[in-house]
Design a protein around this ligand. Structure first.
Ligand code: SAM
Length: 293
């Protein structure tokens, strides 16, 4: 069996300069690529949405295990390259788009093709996409925006396995004491764990920081169900708005409420008003949101 072409072979063959502005740090280490695909527990029944296939090195592993792969890539130079590399794999398709500007599930409803050529007459209900998993070596400049876009979408993935900067991965899996708006935002929708650490040397070009692979098992229901998500996040955002302040001050300032009202709400929720935002669990934020509603 011949070895698949490496990132270096592909860059030479297609005369491509990696674009820093698009976060193009290609993964060159085959063992890491195989382990990312393995972390998604793929079977022939799975549909995978890959974000940023780049030169298709991860796509190759996904295509070998999943029934269908749709990959969305922003760099128009790479679309013909990918089409050529996967020409003999009809279960793999590529969409030229910015992931942040498309509904992720909509990419899967029509063989990955969009229906922009259809006349926009009466609004149609969007057809339901199949359940899907996301696997990606994410462009780091949009990590939080992509996670939010996926998890808050009308039809989120069932599972996401994503490579992110190691420091960001550690922030996302943190517990009470080290919580952040990002950690609450992700953990509200998914159980998060780090499945693999990846050194900077596994990429070309080599980034300045190390990376880690996160596995997000999306919850069937959000972690807190007895409060509306919009209100929940208004309270959480207020708390983290001035995170070095005690909660009675930060939440009051963020929500434009009297300190006394917030203090009473905190006590009602069983939370010491002197605590700071990073110490609260997801459930405690829920209790506070309910008490202040
Ligand atoms: N999957 C490849 C790998 O593992 O070597 C490439 C990963 S590279 C870190 C990120 C990829 O995301 C690049 O190919 C880049 O062009 C693409 N990208 C950047 N911004 C994007 C966006 N907004 N939507 C879709 N793809 C994007």
């Amino acid at each position: 069996m011949t070895n698949p072409p490496s990132v270096f072979d592909l860059i030479r063959r297609f005369d491509l300069d990696p674009k820093k502005s698009l976060g193009q740090n290609f993964l060159v280490d085959e063992s890491h690529l195989a382990r990312i695909a393995a972390a998604a527990d793929l079977t022939a029944d799975d549909t995978v949405l890959e974000i940023g296939p780049g030169l298709g090195v991860l796509t190759r592993h996904l295509a070998a295990q999943a029934g269908r792969v749709v990959a969305v890539e922003l760099d128009d130079r790479l679309i013909p390259v990918l089409a050529e590399l996967f020409a003999d794999q009809p279960h793999v398709s590529f969409v030229h788009a910015d992931i942040l500007k498309v509904d992720p599930a909509a990419l899967l409803t029509d063989d990955g093709r969009q229906t922009a050529d259809e006349p926009a007459t009466a609004p149609r209900p969007s057809p339901l996409a199949p359940p899907y998993k996301v696997v990606a070596n994410l462009p780091y400049y949009i990590t939080s925006a992509v996670l939010r876009h996926l998890l808050e979408s009308a039809q989120p993935p069932t599972l996401a396995v994503v490579m992110v900067q190691r420091e960001v991965a550690q922030r996302i899996v943190a517990g009470p004491g080290d919580m952040s708006l990002l950690a609450v935002g992700v953990q509200f929708f998914a159980e998060a764990k780090i499945v693999q650490k990846v050194p900077a040397g596994a990429f070309h070009p080599r980034p300045k920081v190390d990376s880690a692979v996160l596995r997000l098992d999306v919850r069937p229901q959000p972690a807190v169900t007895d409060v509306e998500p919009d209100w929940y996040f208004s309270v959480v955002r207020a708390g983290f708005g001035q995170k070095r302040k005690q909660l009675r001050n930060s939440v009051a300032a963020g929500l434009g409420m009297a300190k006394e009202t917030v203090e009473a709400g905190l006590l009602n929720a069983g939370i010491d008003p002197q605590r700071r935002a990073e110490t609260l669990s997801l459930t405690e934020w829920g209790a506070l949101a309910k008490a202040l509603r």
